[in-house]
Write a protein that binds this ligand. Structure first.
Ligand SMILES: Cc1cc2nc3c(=O)[nH]c(=O)nc-3n(C[C@H](O)[C@H](O)[C@H](O)COP(=O)(O)OP(=O)(O)OC[C@H]3O[C@@H](n4cnc5c(N)ncnc54)[C@H](O)[C@@H]3O)c2cc1C
Length: 480
């Protein structure tokens, strides 16, 4: 019987495994080997004292449908949970105070005049500069550009410092001066190319969406509300548990956790996957769903150039610190989803999510749950601190920024060392080279957030794309 080995049991590896079973038309074996003693990779949900704590990701973007679609296919459709829209403001720290991110600003592009005009976040010259984006000529130079240069060029320095940079740090833990705008925000590059202006393009796109939505509204009961961010009622870990259950329901699938893969070798038409300890598993197809630097060490033996190129994809480390308080001890109104912190503010946290406001079912009614991000490309010094010191620092930050001086009822620290790949300038060219090189090895695939999309939804999407390629390679595709 043919055998597929998947290295890495994060969401990309599990989505690939599920898709292999979903679309196969013949029997074959799947072995998933995961280094840690649990599946899920960055996705980790814990429950404690009535709180639901997401250690890593806490939601996915609905605009990228692959995560939602997978949830529905595995029977978690009823668990999909939108954000609480009555309080959906985001705040930005500026000169020590929290200011509302003007309504209608989509990532960094303003689409509504009034909220921007009346915003206390941006100075009058900064607002005028943002509005002048409408008249900034298109870039003529070809090739990649940093996100920092792109935003400065189109919207001005203040839009970069007070909006784009902190939002990007909060999501990607990245540095706009080294991030590739083409790889990280291809839509914005496209808007500039198509409409000559981000503001004009964004408004046109929104009008188009509204009109297609109106004409496409089907008759019947109203559908479940879809917000920009979606999660699962019982946490993202539910998706991992469900995938594990579904995938391992087949007796031809085995999942091994707590075992490190130390290398992959080519053997005849197939491969040998070498486990730490020396066991070798023959595979007709191998999917490496581990971070790029881990893939680099696995392929070193058979392609050192591929290994070197994989090592050029940098990663940064972050930590999330979740802290809960009694509601009665907090004076702050918590009237939003949380805040982001521009680098120029020189603080120790990058962002904070007011988790129990953003999503229901995260904290008991009499409590609030706040999650802070530390580290990223800005400052990793705090990551070396022990949990107690990290919580102490985060509490001081919340005191300074939100006036919270209460004793927490719970605190949890999750460290994510080298867990966030960075799409730096030239990323698309690097990935094109890697893709071409990998295509030269039939039955060998790389997947995960390092390559074609940074979030959960893209990791699922490419896991599924790779599964189809694997089925074709081993001759197990469903007959058409
Ligand atoms: C703090 C944080 C917050 C995030 N927030 C969000 C969010 O809100 N929304 C969103 O969409 N995305 C978010 N992301 C990104 C998201 O986590 C990733 O897109 C996604 O989880 C990547 O999945 P993956 O399977 O590619 O990689 P991983 O989750 O890294 O899984 C790879 C797996 O491979 C295993 N492995 C590595 N080496 C080996 C080896 N030699 N042998 C065997 N196994 C190995 C690892 O142990 C790991 O389990 C966040 C990331 C972090 C760190």
């Amino acid at each position: 019987m043919k055998r597929v080995v998947i290295i890495g049991g994060g969401i990309a590896g599990l989505a690939a495994a599920y898709s292999l079973r979903e679309h196969s038309g013949a029997s074959f074996e799947i072995r998933i080997i995961e280094r840690k003693d649990r599946l899920g990779g960055n996705i980790r949900t814990e429950r404690e004292g009535g709180f639901l704590i997401e250690g890593g990701p806490d939601c996915f973007l609905s605009e990228k449908p692959w995560a939602m679609e997978l949830c529905k296919r595995v029977g978690l459709g009823d668990e999909l949970l939108p954000t609480n829209e009555q309080n959906k403001k985001t705040f930005v720290l500026s000169r020590g105070k929290l200011h509302v991110l003007p309504e209608g600003v989509i990532l960094m592009v303003p689409t509504k005049i009034l909220p921007l005009a009346t915003s206390s976040l941006i100075s009058i010259p900064g607002k005028i500069r943002m509005a002048l984006e409408l008249f900034v000529p298109k870039r003529t130079a070809k090739g990649d550009e940093s996100l920092g240069d792109f935003v400065r060029r189109r919207l001005g320095r203040e839009a970069l410092e007070k909006i784009a940079e902190p939002l990007v740090a909060g999501v990607h833990a990245g540095d706009p001066e080294t991030m590739s705008v083409r790889a990280s925000f291809p839509k914005f590059v496209q808007l500039e190319e198509d409409y000559g202006s981000l503001i004009k393009g964004m408004i046109k796109r929104m009008e188009l969406l509204k009109s297609t939505h109106k004409s496409a509204v089907p008759a019947g009961p109203p559908k479940k509300k879809i917000t920009m961010f979606i999660t699962l009622k019982n946490g993202l870990g539910t998706l991992i548990d469900t995938l594990e259950e579904k995938v391992s329901a087949s007796k031809e699938t085995s999942i091994t956790t707590g075992v490190n893969v130390s290398g992959v070798e080519r053997k005849g038409d197939g491969y040998e996957v070498v486990l730490e300890g020396g066991e070798k598993i023959h595979a007709d197809a191998v999917v490496i769903a581990a971070p790029a630097y881990a893939a680099a060490s696995l392929v070193k033996g058979f392609d050192s150039a591929l290994s070197e190129n994989l090592l050029t994809i940098p990663y940064v480390s972050t930590a999330t610190v979740s802290i809960a308080f009694r509601k009665k001890d907090i004076k702050h109104p918590l009237n939003g989803f949380g805040f982001v912190v521009p680098k120029v503010e020189k603080r120790k946290i990058m962002a904070a999510t007011w988790t129990s406001v953003k999503f229901s079912y995260r904290a008991p009614d009499d409590s609030v749950l706040i999650r802070c991000f530390v580290g990223g490309s800005k400052d990793t010094s705090l990551l070396g601190a022990n949990d107690e010191e990290m919580v102490k620092t985060v509490r001081q930050e919340l005191k300074d920024i939100m006036g919270i001086d209460a004793e927490p009822v719970l605190s949890r620290v999750f460290r994510w060392m080298n867990s966030m790949p960075q799409y730096t300038i030239g990323h698309e060219d690097r990935i094109a080279w890697i893709d071409e090189r990998v295509a030269g090895y039939p039955g060998f695939y790389l997947v995960g957030s390092a390559y074609h999309g940074i979030g959960i939804s893209d990791s699922i999407r490419y896991g599924e794309i790779v599964a189809k390629k694997v089925l074709h390679h081993i001759g197990a595709s469903k007959p058409q």
